[in-house]
Write a protein that binds this ligand. Structure first.
Ligand SMILES: Nc1nc2c(ncn2[C@@H]2O[C@H](COP(=O)(O)OP(=O)(O)O)[C@@H](O)[C@H]2O)c(=O)[nH]1
Ligand SMILES: [Mg+2]
Length: 678
């Protein structure tokens, strides 16, 4: 199939705020392109893009969906259109990143009834960060009351600059779309259309000295010159075409397709780098290089890898190299994704997105390339998780399935992590938000038949001492035959920062024979697993064994181990023990108007603001917050900022828990019983 030259491939990603109409636009495009025999809709669950059960029940996009179809344009040429509907919801940012990385142009959707929103900016920015070279804007929602294309256009220009130029307007009846190049622009739009045409001519002329000269001397350019100029202008970001689309009636879709074919970037215009920053030359005739942007685990076909072909041509029934593993992968069948459906293909080239079933050991972010070329594409990186929950199985049967299910679900979502915490004995699921984790729970059921529940994860508290104290224990047992004897005196103090030498033998005159020291050390290590406040591990203490006694016959390693352990417990209680908790550095990004609410909330969270900076029209608060206060912060921040705030966090250090908080932690500790353990 697919003998369309790379210069005629248009690969774009549809981005924007949640609920702005991206999926409705995708359905309208898919219908026009003949990928569906009716216009799919999310309302009835018939969308070609939101077809997963989770998407149908929640009525939001969760997974990106890609489509390909050839399209014969008005200029007589046939183009290969390759597009991806990306979710706008913050929890599924990973899908957006991968979709942007796989595309060359970002088609940004703006709902006229809401204007430019946080998700609009996020989508725009993500596409740029992932290397998409061009942007275009579609205004939706114009059939709704109290909406205006002109007002929305002004908001778009305010947010993204004068490079945003209308290439079409909304007709007076709000049903049709009028191109600025149309022969019969209605009188009320004549002035605006003329201004737009003039701006478009200038932008086209600016791309080339010869065109500039002609434009100055003759005041105009030919249609072909305009098209060539604009195609260059979009790919360097100086021109962002804006047009209205009435997705529900299909109005504006032909005009949009025209804009896509004429002005959107082709795969050779996107800069493709390898991991060292060297450019990868993009051409059908070059050796094959492809980036695995997404994997899906399907219960029928098994694993499916979605590969963006960066350069070259890939044929079915061949072998490729996986640069990460160094191993080879057999490419059997290849499929062109068309939403829920797929079409078989035996050859794909630069710019295509291809689904390859059953690769043995290939993961998201891997590069596949022609054998012997060992190219590694620039890394595909995903944000760190910010929302943590403990996950536990409902029944023993679920417990048996949970591990496998977790592996399957996390394998296909690089923003979902699972961690078995040896200290708290919990399995912790980490993701980008509460909806993300909630979806994961349902996927565990659907994909792995494991019923699980989420709960607030335990915090890995620690204990240490603030003072210096002595501890003593004489372990002596006389019962019939050989007895047990060992006596230890030790001093406990805080281990200075940076030092590691925590066990010191300060005994003199052989009060304890050297060979019993390792046993005492073992006893201390055991005792330190559970501190005396709430049974959490003890860290950063130094123990100096300075005296003791032994018995020629009855002393043994076990006796000294027990004596060491008990001396430690006695000493620790006296050495002003304190509880330590993990402190996270949290970076909160939100609009200026939310600062008061965020700061007020931070004071309830024992937060400490380190600094506030302005960044791209938003405020960035750097703060330190105890991890214990952050369990529900994704949802809380979303609520106090009306969805406009986001945050990221990383572990900073352990710090002392304030006295007022300690009793609650002690009461809730799962380790309390160690106190009495023999
Ligand atoms: N009136 C009107 N509704 C729209 C339009 N575009 C989308 N919708 C509706 O808005 C809701 C959200 O649309 P959807 O495409 O799922 O948004 P997405 O989250 O950006 O993918 C759905 O109920 C759509 O039917 C539009 O142009 N006009
Ligand atoms: Mg959607």
């Amino acid at each position: 199939m697919h003998k369309i030259p790379v210069s005629e491939v248009r690969n774009f990603v549809i981005v924007g705020h949640s609920h702005s109409g991206k999926t409705a636009l995708t359905d309208a495009l898919a219908f026009k392109l003949g990928l569906n025999d009716r216009v799919g809709s999310t309302a009835s669950g018939s969308s070609v893009s939101d077809f997963a059960d989770e998407e149908k029940t929640r009525k939001i996009s969760i997974f990106s969906a890609s489509f390909q179809q050839d399209y014969k344009s008005a200029d007589g040429k046939t183009y290969s259109l390759q597009f991806t509907d990306a979710p706008g919801f913050m929890d599924f940012h990973g899908q957006l990143i991968a979709a942007c990385r796989a595309s060359d142009t970002a088609l940004v959707v703006v709902d006229a009834s809401s204007g430019v929103q946080i998700g609009t900016r996020r989508g725009w920015k993500c596409a740029t960060q992932q290397g998409a070279v061009a942007h275009a804007v579609v205004v939706t929602g114009l059939d709704k009351d109290n909406t205006s294309y002109m007002d929305t256009l002004a908001k778009i220009q305010e947010a993204f600059g004068d490079c945003c130029v209308p290439v079409a307007f909304l007709g007076a009846d709000k049903k049709g779309v009028v191109s600025v190049f149309s022969k019969d622009v209605p009188a009320d739009l004549a002035e605006a259309a003329e201004a737009a045409r003039q701006k478009i001519l200038e932008l086209a002329a600016e791309t080339d000295d010869a065109l500039m000269e002609k434009f100055f001397s003759e005041g105009t350019l030919s249609e072909e010159e305009i098209n060539t100029g604009l195609a260059k202008a979009t790919a360097k970001g100086s021109f962002v075409p804006v047009l209205p689309v009435l997705s529900l009636s299909g109005g504006g879709i032909p005009e949009l397709l025209d804009v896509i074919c004429r002005y959107f970037a082709n795969p050779t215009q996107r800069v493709q780098n390898d991991a060292e920053g060297n450019a990868i030359e993009v051409a059908a005739g070059k050796p094959f290089v492809g980036l695995v942007c997404k994997t899906v685990s399907d219960s029928f076909v098994g694993q499916m890898s979605y590969v963006r072909v960066i350069s070259g041509t890939l044929k079915s029934d061949t072998e490729v190299e996986n640069t990460r593993s160094g191993g080879r992968e057999k490419i059997g069948a290849m499929l062109i994704p068309q939403g829920k459906k797929q079409a078989q293909t035996d050859e794909v080239t630069a710019g295509d997105i291809v689904a390859i079933p059953k690769l043995k050991s290939t993961m998201v972010g891997d590069t596949l390339c022609a054998i012997g070329t060992s190219v590694k594409a620039a890394a595909l990186t995903f944000p760190d998780p910010v929302m943590f929950a403990a996950v536990s199985a409902k029944t023993q049967a679920d417990e048996d399935k949970m591990g496998t299910a977790l592996n399957r679900v996390t394998e296909q979502d690089p923003t979902l992590h699972v961690e078995r915490n040896a200290e708290t004995h919990e399995t912790v699921l980490k993701g980008l938000g509460d909806v993300h984790l909630d979806v994961a729970v349902n996927l565990l059921k659907q994909m792995g038949n494991a019923n699980v529940v989420l709960s607030t994860p335990r915090i890995a508290y620690r204990e240490t001492v603030n003072g210096v104290a002595e501890g003593h224990h004489k372990h002596k047992k006389q019962s019939g035959g050989r007895g047990q004897y060992g006596e230890v005196y030790l001093k406990i103090e805080r281990l200075p920062d940076g030092e590691t030498d925590w066990f010191v033998d300060d005994t003199v005159g052989g009060s304890i024979p050297r060979n019993f020291m390792p046993a005492i050390e073992k006893g201390l290590v055991d005792a330190m697993l559970h501190g005396t406040i709430a049974g959490y591990p003890v860290v950063n203490v130094r123990c100096r064994v300075f005296d003791g006694s032994f018995h020629d016959v009855d002393s043994s390693e076990i006796a000294f181990k027990i004596a060491g352990s008990k001396a430690f417990r006695e000493g620790m209680v006296k050495a002003k023990p304190v509880l330590l908790e993990p402190i996270m550095t949290v970076r909160i990004v939100a609009p200026d108007t939310c600062m008061g609410a965020i700061n007020g909330d931070l004071s309830h969270k024992r937060g400490r603001v380190l600094g506030i900076d302005a960044e791209e029209g938003m405020q960035v608060i750097t703060t330190e917050i105890p991890q214990a206060e952050l369990a529900r912060y994704t949802a809380e921040l979303r609520s106090i900022t009306a969805g406009q705030g986001s945050f990221s966090m990383e572990f900073n250090r352990y710090d002392v828990v304030p006295g007022s908080v300690v009793p609650k932690i002690v009461a809730e500790s799962p380790h309390k019983h160690h106190e009495t353990e023999e």
